[in-house]
Write a protein that binds this ligand. Structure first.
Ligand code: F6R
Length: 605
């Protein structure tokens, strides 16, 4: 949520700030702004809406200045508007902020008694005015330290000062912040993605840390004001995956990349020749793991749910799942014999990160399955299994979900074999299947023309349902989530067996109902549930891998994906569901890469 960029240079910075904000727009796009120090003054320009609007403003009235900060906002406090857009500036200081200041009302009341005037409804403005007040008797670094002491909540900050026109101060508590280095320029960014086009040398701030950037120097401090050294990481600039190329949008590119994602992910973990899985250094001896607890949010949570079914099916380990925002506040009985596995594409999701911190505090063993290996969650976990999907820019997670599923399956298979729950023959055959997976995913992509026809049927609907049992239940949830977030059409995912217990009341003539029924032990049961829907007028869209010819004449639209093995049906059936959501959204002219009200990286609670 929200994106920060800061540049200290020996040449004008506004063009590079705008270019970087465009890259960060996937994090927040309610409003945007920039502040530079020009001729001894803070020059602030803001707009509501997209960075393109800000660029137009700058074309008319350019902002000079060799130092500056920029921001794309995802509104938390105060509606998306010019006045609430960041930066928030006083005569002395200008601030961009990601996160939430929880005690902002209290601080605001206090500042108002001292005659400070507020322009916006944001929580951020208290930071601007606290620093302004502190600057009366302190230098910038000290003024920021004094201010941070008064703040409760989470933040990543970028700050510039009218009277100290060569420095940017950055600070982190709870929201990610990175520093990039170049020859005669240094950068601040809320993630490395925006910095990658300018540098491949990056350091990551940890919670409580602060940095001071000039064009040719960067200093880091811990919360006790002690100077510290930070490791510089060399990150690879993966241009192919960072640009949309000939695709209409990032989402269509990322969906179509999935065979490559799968191939990369499988080849990172699977040794085809030795027929083995290269996962070592388990934080708990596999034979001694009592339970696997899988935790995530949204789509990542759905991957936990699929994995629960896998663990139950092929291992002797009990598997439990939790939504991170619930896990973090419950009175949990954490157990040192359990392995706590955190799923997160970004590795920065606030709830997932907080849930991981609770496990760390309780000294139980943690594993992070992430896409961004430099992320907070990856850095904090005992053990990291990357999904190797490359940058995912579309807000709706597609290739990362697939990558999460593949890594979870691989982990499950390895543990099962090490604990002797399965024999070598079964292990080998699943390894063979894993190597076939990329081609099978590719075949699923060929269903696109068929899906385009189906998508038209959703245009006049008032809602829709997605039903599945067993492995297909989480996939029904995921299909419904994708459709609602992209097309704004209400979609409900349900275990098909639950229909009679309430949701059947929603079925009316012509309601689109997506039934996911692979050839597994639930197939016949799902067909019965489907008949109950048909009897009440539901319009069936049937997704299966069953080659059986005549399933029901009342199926309005049917789609068959390849059959690899029952265990892989959730992976293969996900692809047409992604395409369905995509094409409904496309027909409805929705902003596919940036659905309304959502942001890619949810760094606030
Ligand atoms: C939906 C989606 C979200 C994310 C969720 C967790 O398409 O992308 O539901 O899955 O916000 O994000 P990460 O995986 O970054 O922790």
């Amino acid at each position: 949520m929200c994106g920060i960029i800061g540049i200290a240079s020996n040449r004008p910075v506004s063009t590079n700030i705008i270019n970087s904000l465009k890259k960060l727009e996937y994090r927040g796009y309610d409003s945007a702004g920039i502040a530079t120090i020009t001729d001894g003054y803070i020059n602030e320009k803001k707009c509501s809406g997209r960075v393109d609007e800000l660029q137009k403003i700058l074309l008319k009235t350019p902002s000079n200045g060799n130092i500056g900060i920029g921001h794309v906002r995802w509104a938390t406090h105060g509606i998306p508007s010019i006045v609430n857009a960041h930066p928030h500036s006083s005569d002395a200081v200008s601030v961009v902020h990601n996160g939430i200041i929880e005690n902002s009302d209290e601080i605001k009341k206090n500042l108002e008694t001292k005659n400070f005037k507020f322009k916006s409804q944001t929580d951020t403005e208290v930071i601007t005015l606290l620093i302004t007040e502190a600057l009366n008797d302190s230098k910038p670094l000290e003024a920021v330290f004094k201010t941070l002491k008064k703040l409760k909540g989470s933040f990543a900050l970028g700050i510039i000062f009218k009277n100290y026109e060569n420095i940017i101060i950055g600070a982190r508590r709870g929201s990610p912040l990175a520093v990039g280095y170049s020859n005669d320029e240094n950068f601040l960014g809320s993630d490395s993605y925006a910095l990658k086009s300018m540098t491949n040398k990056i350091s990551y701030l940890d919670d409580g840390e602060l940095c001071v950037l000039t064009k040719d120097n960067v200093e880091f401090f811990n919360q006790n004001k002690k100077k510290i050294n930070k490791k510089i990481h060399l990150v690879s600039e993966d241009l192919n995956t960072s640009e949309k190329g000939n695709f209409k949008n990032f989402m269509s590119k990322e969906i179509s990349e999935q065979p490559i994602t799968a191939k990369k992910c499988v080849s990172e973990y699977v040794d085809k020749i030795k027929k083995d899985i290269n996962i070592y250094n388990f934080p708990i001896k596999p034979s001694e793991i009592n339970k696997i607890v899988l935790i995530g949010c949204g789509t990542a949570y759905h991957s936990c749910l699929v994995a629960k079914y896998w663990f139950e099916e092929i291992t002797s380990i009990e598997a439990e799942i939790d939504v991170a925002s619930e896990f973090r506040y419950r009175n949990l009985k954490l157990n040192e014999k359990n392995l706590y596995v955190f799923l997160s594409q970004s590795g920065e999701t606030a709830d997932t990160s907080a849930a991981l911190d609770i496990c760390k505090k309780n000294k139980v063993k943690t594993c992070a399955i992430v896409n961004v290996v430099e992320s907070t969650i990856a850095r904090n976990a005992d053990w990291v299994l990357p999904i190797h999907a490359g940058p995912e820019i579309g807000v709706a997670s597609t290739k990362a979900f697939l990558g999460q599923l593949i890594v979870l399956f691989i982990l499950c298979l390895k543990l099962s074999f090490m604990r002797k729950d399965i024999n070598k023959e079964f292990y080998n055959s699943k390894i063979d299947d894993l190597t076939k997976l990329p081609d099978e995913i590719n075949k699923c992509l060929k269903s696109e023309t068929n899906i385009q026809l189906m998508a038209k049927e959703f245009l006049d609907a008032n809602g829709s349902m997605f039903l599945g049992r067993g492995f297909s239940y989480p996939i029904a949830l995921e299909g419904a989530l994708k459709l609602k977030e992209l097309s704004y059409l209400h979609a409900e995912g349900y275990p098909a067996g639950e229909m009679k217990h309430g949701p059947l009341a929603l079925i009316e003539d012509g309601l689109p109902v997506v039934v996911i029924a692979p050839k597994d032990k639930y197939f016949e049961k799902t067909l019965s549930n489907m008949q109950e829907v048909i009897a009440r007028g539901g319009k069936i869209f049937f997704f299966t891998d069953n080659k059986k010819k005549s399933i029901s004449e009342n199926i309005r639209f049917g789609l068959r994906v390849p059959f690899l093995d029952n265990l892989f049906s959730p992976i293969l059936l996900t692809v047409p569901l992604q395409l369905l959501a995509y094409h409904v959204a496309l027909l409805k002219n929705c902003d596919i890469d940036k659905p309304r009200n959502l942001a890619k990286s949810v760094t606030v609670e």
